[in-house]
Design a binder for this molecule. Structure first.
Ligand code: FES
Length: 548
């Protein structure tokens, strides 16, 4: 059989009778599993990017998967020739920052005040004994992103960061953005999304260099859908106008005092201490979730006098504007384009991703590639750069049309690989940008201010940390502010989750803060559609119509 099989960038000649999982093992690739190829755990997923036709028919255990996802233990190469390219959910190699940058509250300045304490050999949560041990007292902060999951393991007595890891959200088989995940969860009984994520979280926790049973508390943040799926809440209502979490509805009905959630380690299906507390930080409102709340804690909005903005660009972009006196927040359903999703050669910021692009005087592409290896694809910061350079050199116009009637720009090619940008990719990026910019205009106009009045503009998130600010300003992804006002802060959601993990009083502050935030519902803003159309164009974002 002359089928070449490429898994996670490594190639092998496929042999009959062996599953994709078997081939991956032969290549030394670690495939997540809890059932050893029995088709039961649903963890051994791969995303097939080429050669689906060369594979066996969908087997019964993988009927729950959508699109290009397969269970590697159930999938065999059946064609006589061809090329199959696939990858496991990426884990552990993503570039993440250990700390946020340029924030007013860092862990160093934080007064440690954890909920888990020690009294001799007694380990207590809020004063109630949960264990007798002289071992370490550890906690985990988790940011459940639509596309990426980030974990930090922290010593709760010293505040020291012990380890961190990240991986692609395996719930992608249920769709790339929150609305499809809500539809998937509603249509498929059995909490498949939650169970698959719990499996991946379990593997991540077991890989930490500690006994998982010494983990006594977890603080979980994420947008409303991601958080509620994790806590096994129904997410149906988040997908229906007026888009409210079940916790928000219950709070409005007086059935609960907060939108935060709590459950035991045992109930969470994770290998942490069974009596551990898993705390889901409160959400703000609608799709503005616990990740936005955590961002507010990270930038110390409760004590901020200056007028600041936070923009966390992602599949769901979070926008926050204000100070300690008044805060407005919104969530924009931008889609996964700037995270490499829905783009022909898009990929996360992993080894092999083109992360920076310049066009030199000889009109050649100069590429920066993560990991100093041949390019395999292009990640978000590379996409921003290539759009900016095509615009700067006149090879693309403001409407996103390529010059000379071409439909495809090749950035790199060798014998096996071509990395290119299609005009249809540009269209996807234009729409993602349009949603982000429309959100900015809507929030600022609702607040009644101009971009120039902002004193600090935090670009949050891993993508916000790595993008080229000047290129982003040129294509109009961020406003044309003085560069001195823009702080590329890194992952403020995980930073806020860590702060809440280490400090009861900060957690209390967060509970109070979310109740003071005014939710800007973008879908009801009268100018939103006009803002969106304007925002789809690749040009600087400079002015906004003010509502007041
Ligand atoms: S290894 Fe468990 S489903 Fe494939």
């Amino acid at each position: 059989m002359a089928v070449t099989l490429t898994i996670n960038g490594q190639t092998i000649q496929a042999t009959g009778g062996r599953s994709l999982f078997d081939h991956a093992e032969a290549l030394g690739i670690d495939v997540p599993t809890s059932c050893r190829k029995q088709g039961k755990c649903k963890e051994c997923m791969v995303e097939v990017v080429e050669g689906m036709d060369a594979l066996s028919a969908i087997a019964e255990p993988e009927r729950h998967l959508k699109g290009s996802f397969r269970l590697s233990c159930q999938t065999y190469v059946t064609a006589a020739e061809g090329h199959v390219r696939c990858h496991t959910m990426r884990r552990g190699h993503m570039i993440i920052e250990r700390h946020a940058f340029g924030l007013p509250v860092g862990n160093d300045a934080l007064k440690l005040d954890p909920a888990v304490t020690r009294d001799g050999d007694r380990i207590l949560i809020d004063g109630i004994e949960v264990e007798r041990s002289t071992g370490p007292i550890l906690g985990i902060a988790v940011d459940l992103g639509t596309t990426t999951i980030v974990l930090r393991l922290v010593d709760l007595e010293s505040g020291e960061l012990i380890a961190d890891t990240s991986f692609e959200n395996p719930q992608r088989f249920g769709g790339s953005e929150v609305m499809s995940r809500i539809a998937y969860d509603t249509e498929h009984p059995g909490r498949l999304l939650m169970r698959t994520l719990a499996g991946y979280l379990t593997h991540a926790i077991e890989k930490f260099p500690v006994d998982p049973k010494t983990i006594y508390e977890m603080v979980v943040v994420g947008n409303s859908t991601m958080r509620d799926l994790f806590f096994r809440q129904s997410v149906y209502s988040i997908g229906q106008n007026p888009y409210r979490s079940i916790t928000e509805i219950e709070m409005a009905e007086g059935k609960r005092a907060t939108t935060s959630l709590s459950q035991s380690g045992l109930h969470s299906l994770l290998p942490i201490h069974p009596k551990a507390r898993v705390y889901g930080a409160p959400i703000v409102s609608g799709h503005v979730g616990a990740d936005a709340a955590a961002c507010m804690l990270a930038v110390d909005l409760a004590h901020e006098e200056r007028l600041v903005a936070v923009m966390d660009i992602g599949t769901n972009t979070e926008l926050i504007v204000g100070n300690r006196h008044r805060i407005l927040a919104a969530s924009c359903p931008a889609g996964p384009a700037f995270e490499g999703g829905a783009i022909a050669c898009g990929m996360p910021a992993l080894d092999g991703a083109i992360e920076s692009v310049a066009i030199d005087d000889a009109e050649k592409f100069q590429l920066g590639v993560i990991g100093d290896v041949p390019p395999e694809g292009i990640c978000g910061s590379g996409l921003v750069d290539v759009l900016s350079e095509l615009l700067r050199t006149g090879r693309m116009n403001e409407m996103g049309r390529f010059a000379d009637d071409i439909k495809r720009v090749t950035l790199y090619h060798d014998e096996d690989t071509e990395v290119f940008l299609l005009e249809s990719d540009v269209n996807e990026l234009a729409q993602a940008k349009g949603a982000n910019v429309a959100g900015l205009h809507a929030v600022f106009s609702s607040y009644g201010i101009d971009f120039d009045q902002i004193e600090v503009f935090y670009l949050a998130g891993g993508f916000g940390r790595h993008l080229n600010v000047e290129a982003s300003k040129r294509i109009g992804l961020v406003p044309s502010l003085a560069s001195t006002k823009i702080v590329q802060a890194g992952n403020t959601a995980i930073e806020g989750a860590t702060i809440a993990l280490l400090s009861k009083s900060k957690r209390q502050e967060l509970e109070g803060l979310v109740k003071r935030v005014q939710h800007c519902r973008l879908e009801t803003h009268p100018e939103f559609f006009n803002f969106f159309v304007e925002g789809c164009q690749f040009k600087p974002v400079e002015t906004i119509p003010c509502a007041s």
